[in-house]
Design a protein around this ligand. Sequence first.
Ligand SMILES: *Cc1c(COP(=O)(O)O)cnc(C)c1O
Length: 410
Amino acid sequence: MTAERQAQVDLEAIRHNVRRISELVSPAQVMAVVKADAYGHGLLPVARAALEAGASWLGVARVSEALTLRRGGVEAPLLAWLHTPGSDFGSAVEAGIDLGVSGWELKHIVAAAREQQRPARVHLKIDTGLGRNGSTAELWDSLVGEALEYQDEGLLRVVGLFSHLAVADQPQRDETDLQLERFREAVAIAEDAGVDAEVRHLANTPAIFSRPDTHFDLVRAGVGIYGLSPFDGQTSEELGLRPAMTLKTFVAHCKRVPAGQGVSYGLQYRTPGATSLALIPLGYGDGVPRVATGGPVRIADQVYPVVGRIAMDQMVVDLGTQLADDESLLGQEAVLFGAAEAGDPSVDLWAAAAGTINYEVVTRLAPSVQRVYLHETPMLSGVEPQSTAAQLNDREPLAAQESFKAQETA
Ligand SMILES: *Cc1c(COP(=O)(O)O)cnc(C)c1O
């Protein structure tokens, strides 16, 4: 049975986007950022697809997310960068998860490494202007010095140096230049002190497309691998990306109403003339923003606006014409957003209706919306993992095949 409310995720679109970004940034490598359940697309299926397509790293905010990936059989390098003193550093070190370090984490991580009798893998983070985590420039020297002492003791290895950009989605702004300059200085200080990092990384999706000078050894690609544009006024298609998610359900009711019919709580919409209304069984309980009145819904070949308030489980579209008795749209597929090539409205239109960004629209979808995967690589049983990857991905670089581990799903 088809799920009544589904977010269909095309893993081939994810692979396409990873390949597109890899080509853009080569010889730099790609870290696929899969935090927040892969921006709502589903952590493990997206992670596997990204690795199949040549991403060589995965990035998440939280250690707990990284541990979920390891438990799912993912062996690729994984970086987690947002911690609290309660984070499970012991399990992270045991599982070979790379940890972002802004300062205070170092002692906790070293304690975990002693306990696990295994060196931790750390990426030192400098705050070049975003004002979130990352070491201040003032404390950078001492952080680098401390990390090198622990490295000499065999308790950790400084694998990476990184920072995060604040305004790369607005290429006309000049703060990115300043951040880049500060990052270069921090890298120089660390390297002069003796750090020999495998990867220096700064770029997010907007910088991948607008600032090749920020690519360094590795880029951290989030929204782009889901096929969404980080830029106002530039579409996915213009960037060569394919939106991976399609959000759809079925019309739950369809009826003719006279002019002046009030619609939904508050009666803030009244039908301007005799028309028909279709009821769409998705609401803010499913993660559709309540404020997104006016958002588009495609039914058959037509796109209609949501009218009146969006409720917890449902919303209403005005079909703009009085349907004949035999024209009811009851049971028809209703698509809120998807790929332009399928004729579906874009996530960006929903973001505009909600006064937010496309990132939030996909990420906030609730578990009540079933994720359904297209083009998932079959997990063949009884086949040696590496040959499985090789057969199914003979166009992919060897590194991707090696980091891919075919996983039995029960
Ligand atoms: C979320 C995140 C990214 C990815 O950003 P996108 O704009 O989605 O590409 C990269 N780096 C860090 C540190 C992040 O938190």
